[in-house]
Each structure stands twice: as C-alpha cells, then as structure tokens.
Design a protein around this ligand. Structure first.
Ligand SMILES: Nc1ncnc2c1ncn2[C@@H]1O[C@H](COP(=O)(O)OP(=O)(O)OP(=O)(O)O)[C@@H](O)[C@H]1O
Length: 698
C-alpha cells in the first residue's frame, strides 16, 4: 500500500474519534494485515497491492482519505480503477492499537460521562472484523482495549461496568449470556426509548473476567440453539458495555453505553445458491439498512429508517442524537469482489457524492457506462424497500442488461437487492436516482413547460432538477388547468361559490405558491379525490358517508380503486403549451401515448419518452401502492374508534391505543413503520396491505 501519510507520531496526536468531519457518523476503513498463511504463500513474491491509499498531508476538519482500487472487471475482462473517499483509512502497517488510540479512546471519557458510542465493523468475509473488534490470541481487539480503559476510569470515578452480549440472526436477537439463549424482545415506547426485554447484564470487575466471558461467548454462539453453521456464520455479534453509577438510594443507574457490533461478513447473494441467497438477503439487509441509516443521519434527513432492520432498531438510541458512531469498513488486502461492493456502499454512506470513478482502461464503451452508473449512484447507499421508499423497488426498471433490473415485481414485495446479474462492478446497486424519475415527468409535459417550472423553482433546467419536486409542481399545474379531468368516479367536487368543482382556494392565487403548497401531492387522481372533498369544503355523495360523517375506509378504497383503474386505463396526459407560453392558457389534452422503446437518458436529461411499457406500468403501480398506503395512514389518523375496529388486525385495544396516540400527536402515523407502535409486526402490516390491495380487485 502506498500513501502520503504524516508520521505515526503525528497521526497519534490527531484524535480522530471525535468526528472531525462533523458528520454524525464517521466512516473509516481498515485494510487487514496478511495472515501467517498468506505471508508464507508469497514469501518470495509479494502480490502487488490492489488498494492505494492517498491521505491528505494534514488532517483538517474536512480532510478525507481516498482509496483507489485496481481490479479486473470480469464483465469486460478489462483492468479498472475506482476511487472512493472515506473519512480515514488504516493501512496494513497501522495496528489495532493505533486505530484504538485515534478513534475509540477519545470516546471513552464521553461514555463515562453519560454518552453513547457505537463502533460497527463490517466488510467481506475474512476482512478482519473480528480481529479488529475482539482480537486474537495476544492481539487484543478494540473492545478489549476499551474495556481496560473503562474499567480503570470507572474505578477512579466510583462507577461500575457491566456487559451484555447477544447476536442477531435472521432478524431475531438472542441473548448469549443467558444459558437458554432466549430471544430478546425489542420494545420501543412512545418516546422512542428502546428497551431490550430479556437481555442479561453481567457485572465485570476485571479485564480477565471480561475476556473469559467475551471469548467463550463467541464459541457458544456457534453451538447455540443447534443452529446450522451457515446461520451462525451469518449472525451479527453485539457487545454492549454499560457504565453505571450509584443513585442516591444506592441503586445502580445507567450513565453511558458503548456498543461494539461485528456484522456478519458481507457476501454477494448473486453468487449463492437459491436457499443460501434468501438467507443472505436477510443478513445483508442489516448492512443495507445500517448504511441507509448512516446516509440519512449524515444527510440530516427527516426520516431515518431505523426500524427496517432489527439491528438498527436495537441501536436506534445510540445511533441518533448526540452519540458517536464509527463505521469501520474492513477491507481484504487482496482482490475481493465483496470488498469492492462494501467499499462502494461505505463510500456512499460517508457522504452522498463520494464515489468518483477515475479510470477505465481498454474499453471506451464500458467507460461511458461506468461513469453513468457512478453518477446515478451518488445517492442512497442501498435501496431497502420501505413504506417511505415505495418507488425505489419499482422505479429502477431499465432495459435488460443495465443496472437495477427488477422482474416480476409485486406490490408490497419483500426487500431485494435489485441488481443486474450481468453487472459485476461495484456501482451496480440501486439508488434513488434523480435521472430515472425524469422520463415520467417529461412524457407528460412539453420541454418548454419543463423549462418554465425549472425557472420558477429557481433550479437549473438540467438533471439537477429534483424530479419529485418537479413532478409535484407539474401535477398542481395540470390540476389547475383542468381539475375536472381528475375527478374520479363516485366523487363530485362542490365549491361554495362554484357548484361545479372546488380546489384549495390557495392554489388559485398563483402557480408558484400553488407549487409550494402541493407538498403532499403524490398521485394526481388519488390526491385530488381525497384532498379536495375532505379538506377543502367540498362534499362527496351522501350515500358514501357513514354516521360519523366520514366515508368508511372500504368506500374510500373503492373510490381510490376506481380512480386508479381509470387512471391506469386512461392515456397519459400531454400538456400543450400555447405559442405564447402563458401557463394560464395551457390546455390538457388526452392523447394516445407514443412509446419509443430504447430512448435513452442523455447527459442533459433531455428525455421525452418511456423506455418501455414495463417501465410505465411499474411507475404507475408504484404510485398506486403509495396512494393506498397514504390512504390507509390517513384513515388511521382520522377514523373513529368504531371505524378503526372495522380494519383487519385492529380490535378494541388497538383502536383505543390509536386514539390515545392521536391525543398525543395529531398525526401519529406517518409511515407504515409507525404501525409497529401499536404492536403490529412488519409482516402483519405487509399482510394487511396485501389483503387490502387484493380486495380492490375482487
Ligand atoms: N490486521 C491483521 N493482521 C493479521 N492478520 C489478520 C488481521 N486482521 C485479520 N487477520 C486474520 O485474518 C483472518 C480473518 O480475520 P477475521 O476472522 O477477523 O475476519 P472476519 O471479517 O471477522 O471474518 P468473518 O466475516 O468470516 O467473520 C483471521 O485469521 C485473522 O487472524
């Protein structure tokens, strides 16, 4: 490995554990040293390093380390190079002690004073995760070093230390300190506090005692529950060090917490047999969710998908807020496809636009493809389907052989790594791509209108236009021009002053303010039919109202179904601009769609057609799904107790609890994830939604 690093002394002076990049999560790498076997096998002929590390001269607040990986692209059989940026990378000549001194030791004082810290190691199999966290014989890992430090500091300050050890397998957590290895329940109260019900805590007085327990647990984990080796290999090992202080009444009170997570080795499910791949998908899901959480935290996003995996749910409290989080990416010192993949994911979690592809040798065509994929993937690290990301699993449909191909998708399908079997490069994961939204919008409007909206939104006309904002803006624009075109069967709009229809009066003020107020619009017919009659003083037919004055869910779903059916069967809307370009004179005119298959996205996003009918269908199905979910959530947020009890899975107790939640917050259900607050598992929620979607067409 080559680098331009400052000397080790200088390195040690720079305490990096307190995140200098000021992002909530620090993402670092570590290239593992060679094992004795490896060293022996190339004692005469050391392999050429495949990772080159380039560090800045001085570690300033925003300094980053660039890793350049040289590898053979198996798809094209050509040599490639890819560069990734991490917050820092430890090379083979930097030992665990150096990593501890710079990253972890500075966090221990904080933990003793009530802070939370989490160190999460992940990487391909055999990349040195366990070696770094736990250590090997006579080579203590960072958990052991941390315990030594905490025990000595705790003694000085009259505090005590205890530990919990558990593993997460296939979305279930098992207590390894309990001889029965009973399952640990993850409970979350309405304030978001996580309680790990049934998890043992064992007091630790000395480092020897700790090592005895910790190391024996790793062996126990392998034989626990008679679980097949394949399963234990794919479990995540977690250690929590609790720092306790005595209360005035001499009872121990938790002050700080330090978590160490040794994730199961990342393996690409595409290489595994069918059964193994299903197992692996669930194992990898923890990593994907974790990286999405990291991305969301670093990007300061409103929604952080903690509850999409057991692991992130367990550590929710430590990950969010003021806790320190260090994501340790372990890297194999020799060419490894899975290492490429994990690095690619890590780099994107580090910050949204980290991945820069530097060179592509031999093949100009593949170079173009490579760069395009790279630019598209500069968003979220991985698409884990959720209620909040409903479009992701379906939107990334493209021609066979390109990235992110999804076949036979279903509504409410379980999460899958949607990637092409053919694309073997690290950039082939799904991301929330801006570019891929654009054809949908562009197909419905003329280029001049696109331009107009771009200008109004004060954003560039090119691909940088946020498609979702643009889409919403255009929807409002279309509704304004011809609202009656969007009225579904079973609904009539009525305005106090205008007997024909009504829209939010604010929408009429001017187009720009209308765009701004359209934040909640997702699907034109569904939103208009729901929003206008219920919130804007309009009425729906009398027979659809129940005794509480609101339509029952079944009725609203029927309306939704009708509107969606008519929407699907109708032709896309083409918005014609009059020559003078005045938006007020725009007319909406249904036209037979013209598809030009194979139309590609150009550099400046001048796309005007869908690439296939499949893509169109997929996008519309995704909208339907989203609409149904929104409708369901709205019902939960507004229906009476009796109405709620009419829903599958909701009885007297749950209905009462929902009403209580609504007293605390007017809209407690913002995503399907929130249904876990009323004790419904993700599986139950999925079943309910599937049933509801099925009922629409029965
Ligand atoms: N920095 C290092 N120097 C020397 N040997 C190392 C280093 N890191 C790891 N090793 C060795 O590499 C091998 C694999 O390491 P380890 O078991 O920690 O990997 P892992 O990522 O935890 O694997 P898995 O995903 O299968 O759990 C072990 O034999 C370990 O001793």
């Amino acid at each position: 490995m080559t680098s331009s690093t400052p000397g080790p002394d200088q390195n040690l002076k720079v305490k990096m554990g307190v995140n200098p990049s000021r992002r909530p999560v620090r993402v670092i790498g570590r290239i593992r040293g060679f094992t004795c076997q490896e060293s022996e096998s190339f004692s005469h002929d050391s392999p050429k390093p495949w990772i080159t590390v380039s560090k800045p001269e001085h570690h300033g607040a925003s300094s980053e380390t660039t890793l350049t990986l040289s590898f053979l692209d198996q798809f094209n059989n050509s040599q490639k190079e890819a560069s990734y940026k991490l917050d820092y990378c430890y090379e083979q000549d930097e030992d665990t002690g150096t990593l501890f001194a710079r990253e972890i030791e500075p966090l221990t004082s904080d933990v003793l004073n009530g802070g939370h810290a989490s160190i999460i190691a992940y990487g391909a199999r055999g990349s040195g995760k366990t070696y770094t966290i736990q250590g090997a014989e006579n080579k203590p890992g960072i958990a052991v070093m941390t315990m030594t430090e905490l025990l000595s500091k705790a003694e000085e300050t009259g505090k005590s230390v205890s530990i919990s050890i558990f593993e997460v397998q296939q979305e279930h957590a098992y207590d390894l300190l309990d001889p029965k290895h009973s399952e640990v329940q993850v409970l979350e109260d309405c304030r978001g506090k996580i309680n790990l019900k049934g998890l043992s805590k064992v007091p630790v007085k000395s480092i020897l005692e700790f090592q005895n327990i910790y190391f024996s647990m790793s062996n126990i984990s392998k034989s626990a529950h008679k679980i097949p080796h394949e399963h234990t290999r794919r479990s995540h090992k977690c250690l929590i060090i609790h720092v306790l202080a005595m209360n005035d009444n001499s009872t121990p009170k938790l002050v700080g917490k330090m978590n160490f997570v040794d994730l199961a080795g990342y393996e690409d499910s595409r290489r595994i047999s069918r059964d193994g791949s299903a197992l692996l998908d669930r194992t990898n899901k923890s990593l994907h969710t974790l990286l999405n959480v990291v991305y969301a935290l670093n990007a300061n996003e409103m929604h952080v998908p903690y509850r999409e995996s057991k692991l992130t749910h367990i550590f929710k409290e430590s990950l969010r807020g003021t806790g320190h989080v260090v994501l340790l990416t372990c890297l194999n010192p020799h060419v490894c496809q899975d290492t490429l993949r994990t690095l690619s994911l890590a780099s994107r979690s580090c910050q949204s636009t980290n991945h820069v592809l530097t060179e592509s040798l031999n093949n100009a065509k593949s170079s173009a493809r490579f760069k395009m994929l790279s630019s598209q993937n500069s968003m979220k690290p991985f698409c884990t389907p959720s209620a909040r990301q409903p479009a992701v699993s379906s939107l990334h449909l493209s021609a066979k052989g390109t990235s992110c191909v999804s076949k036979g998708r279903k509504l409410f399908e379980e999460g899958k790594n949607i990637t092409s079997n053919q694309t073997r490069l690290p950039q082939d994961d799904c991301s929330d791509k801006k570019l891929e939204f654009v054809p949908e919008i562009a197909a419905a409007v003329s280029p001049s209108m696109l331009k107009k909206v771009s200008q109004e939104k004060s954003i560039p006309e090119s691909v940088a236009v946020s498609p979702s904002k643009l889409k919403k803006a255009l929807q409002v624009e279309s509704i304004l021009d011809n609202p009656s075109a969007f009225v579904p069967d079973g609904l009539v709009f009525q305005e106090k002053s205008n007997p024909e229809f009504s829209l939010d009066p604010e929408l009429k003020e001017n187009d720009i303010s209308a765009h701004k107020r359209s934040k909640n619009l997702e699907l034109i017919p569904a939103v208009v039919c729901e929003k206008s009659p219920l919130q804007d003083g309009s009425v729906i037919r009398k027979e659809t109202l129940n005794e509480h004055g609101s339509p029952p869910l079944s009725e609203r779903l029927r309306q939704l179904s009708n509107s969606l059916k008519s929407f699907c069967s109708s032709t896309p809307l083409h918005v014609k601009m009059l020559d003078n370009g005045d938006a007020q004179h725009n007319v909406i005119e249904p036209k037979t769609p013209i598809f030009e298959y194979g139309a590609r996205v150009t550099e400046r996003s001048e796309i005007t057609k869908y690439s296939s009918p499949w893509e169109l269908l997929s996008k519309r199905s995704s909208g339907m799904k989203d609409s149904l979910v929104q409708e369901y959530l709205r019902f939960l947020n507004s229906a009476s107790k009796e109405e709620l009890k009419g829903l599958r899975g909701i009885g007297e107790k749950r209905a009462t609890y929902i009403l209580q939640l609504r007293e605390e917050s007017p809209e407690p259900f913002k995503s399907l994830d929130d249904l876990q607050d009323i004790g419904l598992s993700a599986k139950q929620v999925k079943g309910m939604m599937k049933k509801m979607a099925g009922d629409l067409f029965s």
